[in-house]
Design a protein around this ligand. Structure first.
Ligand code: NDP
Length: 502
């Protein structure tokens, strides 16, 4: 067994999991029944584990377990108690930050220091939504008929959540916390390439008091396991985080059963730098925007729009900065950028860079790379326009396409000339311009003199190929509940004159 496979086994034991990857259904760790799936360490490119696809039968059992547990959670547990249990879960996750972060770093190839932050964010998410559990209520509406009319915000029932490989435990906490705070049962399917921290999170939550069966994790393939859960009759809503192509397929499958969806998809966000910006800050911000997480972030600043007056200077600053970024083993505390998370994505990113060269890009990159792993160096593609494939396609790697612009109007036109609408940023010293840009650029999240700041209390989501619906904040509470309008006739006068639904 390789050193990394041994580390994997140690972490499985630390996280109270079995010897191999198992789904968690009705509170029980279960072996799948389908085709084998290989977990590969993206740094050493060695096999960590092989496990079977969960399969459609277990997916159905998970949906049924969630439906059963949800009734007790929504009707038999007070809202205040649900909040207390969620606080206990947050405390229990806090006690497991190290093994969770290490497991994430090992399997996803993400630097351990980033993984620690992401686990801390999961703790924050459970605490934030724990606070909301007993504060969500309806309203009384002064209808003209004299009825007492009030609304209730009811849980949906069972929700099915599908998550990608780039931030597995973060995305799991992001979606599970608001779903259970509002009284729902959950079935979640992480990417088959990075399932373990989601299973571990749910196991920790159950040990901290989460009713068994309320949250179930399916470890398996999308087209088999995922498809079966999407179509199961107990599932009332599908929340999908992933690529536009798969999102479309999932939304179509859900729509056939008239199930609503939330789609959190990709992006091609414009990071816009004006000549009056603090260029040192803008250069650092641009690096963080596209190179952190090896660019495997839906909000990555993958189009760098720079005013002509500072274009050459800013690109030189970024190119110099590239050489001091520490690339290396994700398990090393000092590593700033790890490898690309998996072989398929590595092939996509390297193929996109080759394609850009073919389109005439001037490629600015660093030559020094670690000896092993799916590493792509921080890269800037210059000399292309916004119509190029590199500027229009999500690369999901540490690769920005730099495009010069003349004035505000042109910057806005370029920023909005994309099929996405997820995020964007502007760097400028002119406050009026900052507000004009934030209003004109199509994006669900927009930063001024900053990039990538997010918080669970603030809404997040996109439009067009970036999806629809919102996660985080109070918007997620709305996504995971539906309003019921209740009419009470006081009996004082008959209400037959108007306003009845025929
Ligand atoms: P994919 O779209 O390939 O996969 C996402 C998830 O969908 C995986 O769990 C996948 O399983 C599953 N899936 C695939 N087919 C089906 C199906 N027929 N039914 C149900 N589930 C299915 O995305 P990636 O994992 O490659 O992630 C990268 C993408 O995610 C990028 O485009 C990125 O921008 C986006 N993303 C968006 C975020 C946002 O909030 N907007 C946040 C993070 C990432 P399997 O792996 O087995 O195929």
């Amino acid at each position: 067994m390789s050193e990394r496979a041994t580390l994997f086994q140690t972490l499985m034991t630390d996280l109270n999991l079995g010897k191999t990857v198992q789904s968690i259904i009705g509170g029980v760790l279960c072996d799948g029944t389908g085709d084998p799936i290989t977990l590969e360490d993206p740094y050493t490119q060695t096999t960590l584990a092989v496990y079977p696809d969960c399969g459609a039968d277990l997916a159905a059992q998970a949906c049924e377990a969630a439906a059963l547990a949800q009734v007790g959670w929504a009707k038999g547990t007070s809202a205040a108690r649900r909040g207390e249990i969620m606080q206990d879960i947050a405390t229990a996750v806090k006690a497991h930050v190290e093994p969770l972060a290490k497991m994430e770093a090992l399997i996803a190839g993400k630097p351990i220091r980033d993984c620690r932050v992401e686990v801390a964010k999961v703790i924050e998410m459970f605490r934030y939504y724990a606070g909301w559990a007993d504060k969500l209520h309806g309203e009384v509406i002064p209808v003209p008929s004299g009825h007492l009319n009030y609304t209730l915000r009811e849980p949906l029932g069972v929700v099915f959540q599908i998550t990608p490989w780039n931030a597995p435990i973060f995305t799991a906490g992001w979606q599970i916390a608001p779903a259970i705070a509002t009284g729902n049962g959950v079935v979640i399917k992480p990417s088959e390439l990075t399932p373990v921290t989601t299973v571990a999170l749910v196991k920790i939550a159950e040990d901290a008091g989460l009713p068994k069966g309320l949250v179930n994790v399916l470890c398996g393939f999308g087209p088999t396991t995922g498809q079966a859960a999407t179509q199961h009759k107990a599932v009332r809503k599908v929340i999908f985080v992933g690529s536009p192509e798969t999102g479309r397929r999932v939304a179509v499958a859900a729509a056939q059963a008239l199930k609503p969806t939330v789609l959190e998809l990709g992006g091609k966000s414009a990071n816009i730098v004006f000549g009056d910006a603090n260029l040192k800050h803008a250069a650092l911000g641009a690096q963080a925007a596209i190179f952190s997480g090896a660019g495997q972030s839906c909000v990555a600043g993958s189009r760098l729009l720079v005013h002509k007056s500072v274009h050459a200077e800013l690109l030189d600053m970024i190119a110099t900065g590239m050489n001091s970024i520490k690339l290396g083993d994700p398990m090393d505390d000092t590593t700033e950028i790890g490898p690309i998370s998996n072989a398929r994505q590595f092939a996509h990113v390297t193929g996109m860079i080759k394609g850009a060269q073919g389109e005439g890009a001037n490629v600015r990159t660093r030559s020094e790379l670690p000896n092993t792993g799916f590493f792509v160096p921080p890269t800037i593609l210059a000399g292309l326009n916004n119509a190029s494939t590199a500027a229009q396609t999500e690369i999901f790697g540490p690769v920005a396409t730099a495009i010069p612009f003349e004035d505000e109007e042109e910057a806005i036109a370029i920023a909005n000339d994309t099929n996405f609408g997820l995020a964007g940023a502007v760097w400028t010293a002119d406050l009026g311009r900052a507000h004009r840009m934030s209003s004109a650029v199509r994006a669900g999240t927009f930063w001024i003199n900053s990039y990538k700041a997010i918080h669970v209390s603030s809404p997040f989501g996109g439009s067009l190929n970036s999806g629809f619906g919102r996660s985080s904040g109070t918007d997620a509470l709305m996504e995971y509940t539906s309003p019921k309008s209740v009419w009470l006739d006081s009996g004082v006068t008959p209400k037959i004159a108007f306003g009845y639904v025929s």
